[in-house]
Design a protein around this ligand. Structure first.
Ligand code: CMP
Length: 154
């Protein structure tokens, strides 16, 4: 993984792009300006893992370019299964930040992928500014949790 620099020049482009991401679109320009300096961009190679199931959660991710797969392993003797494939604009990593549980699944890059990264404190800041986005995020996390927990054992 390589951390990409988000310079002043890129911040304008970033702001424009983020407005198209559902999670950020309700933010006012002022709120957006408060968050923007804290958004990181990380670049991953094809096949690289972003994080593993069971790891502690410290950040929230939105796909900028590329594609990731979400792999879930139910028990020690079970095989891992793909529970979701995600594309630009999709997000992941919210469950561990909301529940404070470890990562519920492994996320790996299918192709070269760039991710916007918000560390936990900045993610909480955005949710605090946006009770509507927070409620929607809770709903999505609950639905994902339900889907993975109802997978068969093998
Ligand atoms: P988190 O538990 O922090 O880390 C793994 C992430 O994978 C999780 O947050 C969700 O963002 C995502 N995830 C887990 N289960 C599913 C699912 N069934 N469908 C889509 N995404 C999921």
């Amino acid at each position: 993984m390589r951390k990409l620099k988000v310079g002043d020049a890129e911040i304008g482009i970033l702001a424009h792009m983020l407005h198209k991401v559902d999670f950020f679109s309700p933010l006012t320009v002022g709120q957006m300006e408060q968050v923007l300096p804290y958004i990181l961009v990380e670049a991953f190679d094809a096949g690289e893992t972003v994080f593993k199931q069971g790891a502690p959660g410290d950040a929230f991710y939105i796909i900028y370019t590329g594609q990731v797969e979400v792999w879930f392993k139910k028990g020690f003797f079970s095989l891992s299964k793909i529970v979701a494939t995600m594309n630009p604009g999709d997000f992941f990593g919210e469950m561990a930040l909301i529940s404070r549980d470890p990562r519920s699944a492994t996320v790996a890059c299918v192709e070269a992928t760039q991710l916007f990264v918000l560390v936990a404190a900045d993610f909480q800041f955005v949710l605090k500014q946006n009770p509507q986005a927070a409620a929607e995020m809770d709903r999505i996390a609950a639905r994902r949790k339900f889907n993975t927990s109802h997978l068969p054992e093998s």
